[in-house]
Design a protein. Structure first.
Length: 586
């Protein structure tokens, strides 16, 4: 009998003995055996959640604190359903969905996860690029796109190959991308072998990630005891869901908007729309990074690899609630509070207003000019309307724009300045924390990519097919810094929106699988339990679907909605074709 089998049998016996003794002993046994939930938490608390939480605080303040916990609860409902189905049948979900639900949903789920792995890897490389170039080693990896001095590598490449050459503008990014990919590949390919080196790497990453999370908790504590403290009433009320913030600016923007003009003023209407668009993107990004579609794939297969069965279904629910929800809620909430208290509706660092004159710091000039340029284009486009915008932005508009410019890694590191009393340690802790989160996330995404690749080929995980599969996400994601030239951390937002659009594929696949009595047999929920499962899953899947269609329309218009409609139509056609085929066969 293998060590893995021995461990599973030991866990099963411990669980049975605890359940015989009562609830208290059962909960203690659950705590001792928890694992997959903490793994999901490790994925969730990556660079995506960090950046989404920071921008959630920047754009929405305390009013959007509810978004991530709400999304996490919906995700836990679906992950619990995935755990129930997987543990009840001990079958691989991809094959189960193809056989018992619909191959269009099964393959759609797998392909969506594969695409999401690549897309979500992109911001991780950009975050790493920003951490090294702006926080940790700016003298070597200075961003050539910012005005001012560049790093030594860029200076050398410019002098050697010419100012306009590819190497002058991308050599530093290329070195970082290759270095990150090399480390992530070595670690990912070493997972099956284990060893002390891998354990040391994981331990260091966990310590650094824990350090940055604790730092943000420390910032909140420090802010709460300083003069004036924090508005705890506003913070606690921010956890109450307010869905109207999806279609209107948070109340904290009202003074800035009222300074521009009355409610019907065309200049004010432009900025209201811009703020709402930003809020929507960041809210969806935060929701998508709370529970992403690739997590639905990893969770099922992590349970199968542990060898758990239906006796462990209660443990899985407990594990998700304590190992995933609690750490995520604590960490992300503190990050949002820290960012909101220092950035929300506040003019970005370095801006100076002297009468009508505005001094724009060099690090923000491109972003600020872009904001006002977009506003001026809107004014030109609406010049012939009955209520045109003013030709030139007012001082009030310029001040609002100065609060809305996107902060990058260097500016976001200021959120730790309150704790460390200076920029140096704030940059070091923030930079190393971001770097650790990106390495951890890229490694996990590459692992999932390998699992998806072998599963689609019908091969067991491991070996060269699995290794090749990991490189699909690793190499594909490495193009992130070259494709995206805006604020490095902000790449998390558009990529997460893409991932969110795909999420309903997984949710509806498992919703339908949970209702397959033929597949689940005696394990199929009945009576009140079945009603409860369907109501909870139906709410989660419906909210995901509505958000998906809305964002697809917002980003791609009728083409985006048409793509979703075409996918649903193909799934329906395949379903009825299978029904007719089975009728003829019987």
């Amino acid at each position: 009998m293998s060590d893995k089998t021995n461990q599973v049998e030991s866990d099963r016996q411990l669980l049975a003995e605890a359940q015989a003794k009562g609830t208290g002993f059962t909960l203690w046994a659950f705590f001792k055996m928890s694992g997959p939930g903490w793994l999901q938490s490790a994925i969730t608390l990556g660079g995506g959640s960090l950046a989404s939480s920071l921008y959630l605080g920047v754009i929405g303040g305390f009013a959007l604190l509810w978004v991530q916990p709400f999304a996490m609860v919906l995700g836990i409902i679906m992950l619990s359903a995935i755990g129930y189905v997987t543990l009840s049948t001990e079958e691989q979900p991809f094959r189960a969905i193809n056989e018992h639900v619909n191959p269009v949903l099964g393959w759609g789920w797998a392909l969506a996860v594969a695409m999401a792995n690549v897309v979500w890897c992109m911001p991780q490389y950009s975050l790493a690029n920003g951490a090294l170039g702006q926080n940790l080693l700016p003298k070597f990896f200075g961003n050539p796109n910012d005005e001012g001095t560049t790093g030594l590598i860029t200076q050398w490449a410019t002098g050697t190959f010419g100012e306009q050459s590819f190497w002058a503008t991308h050599l530093d990014e290329l070195i970082i991308a290759i270095s990150i990919l090399t480390v992530a590949t070595i670690v990912t390919w070493s997972y099956d072998r284990g060893g002390w080196g891998l354990k040391l790497y994981e331990t260091i990453l966990k310590i650094v990630v824990a350090l940055i999370v604790l730092s943000f908790i420390g910032v909140v504590i420090k802010l709460s005891v300083t003069d004036g403290g924090l508005a705890w009433g506003s913070i606690f009320s921010g956890f109450i869901p307010d869905f109207s913030t999806f279609i209107r600016p948070t109340d904290s923007f009202l003074p800035l908007l009222e300074a521009i003009g009355p409610e019907g003023d065309p200049n004010r209407k432009y900025w209201v729309k811009y703020i709402v668009d930003q809020q929507q993107d960041v809210m969806i990004s935060a929701a998508a990074t709370a529970v992403g579609i690739n997590m639905t794939f990893l969770f099922a297969y992590s349970l199968l690899r542990k060898g758990w069965s239906k006796e462990f279904r209660g443990l899985v629910k407990f594990d998700l609630a304590t190992g995933m929800l609690v750490p995520f809620l604590l960490a992300t909430s503190c990050i949002v509070v820290a960012a909101a208290s220092q950035f929300h509706t506040k003019v970005a660092h370095g801006f100076l207003f002297d009468g009508e004159q505005v001094t724009v710091p060099k690090d923000f000039k491109g972003k600020y000019d872009g904001l006002l340029g977009g506003r001026n284009k809107a004014a030109e486009a609406g010049a012939e309307t009955d209520s045109p915008m003013a030709n030139e932005p007012s001082l009030s508009e310029k001040k609002l724009a100065a609060t809305l410019v996107k902060r990058d890694n260097f500016e976001l590191a200021h959120s730790l300045k309150e704790l460390f009393q200076g920029d140096f340690w704030a940059n070091v802790i923030f930079g190393f924390g971001v770097l650790a989160m990106t390495l951890s996330t890229i490694t996990i995404l590459m692992l999932i990519s390998g699992f998806v690749f072998t599963e689609m080929l019908g091969l067991p995980p491991g070996g060269w097919p699995h290794r090749i599969g990991t490189l699909i996400a690793g190499i594909g994601g490495a193009f992130g810094p070259f494709i995206w030239k805006g604020a490095a951390a902000y790449l998390v937002v558009p990529t997460s929106v893409f991932g969110f659009v795909l999420l309903p594929v997984a949710y509806f696949a498992f919703f339908l699988l949970m209702n397959q009595k033929k597949f689940l047999g005696a394990n199929a929920p009945t009576g009140g339990r079945r009603i409860a499962w369907n109501v909870l899953m139906g709410v989660a899947a419906s909210i995901a679907a509505i958000g998906s269609v809305y964002m697809a329309h917002k980003k791609a218009g009728l083409m985006g909605v048409g793509a979703i409609a075409a996918f649903v139509l193909v799934a329906v056609i395949v379903h009825f074709n299978r029904v007719n085929t089975r009728k003829h066969e019987s």
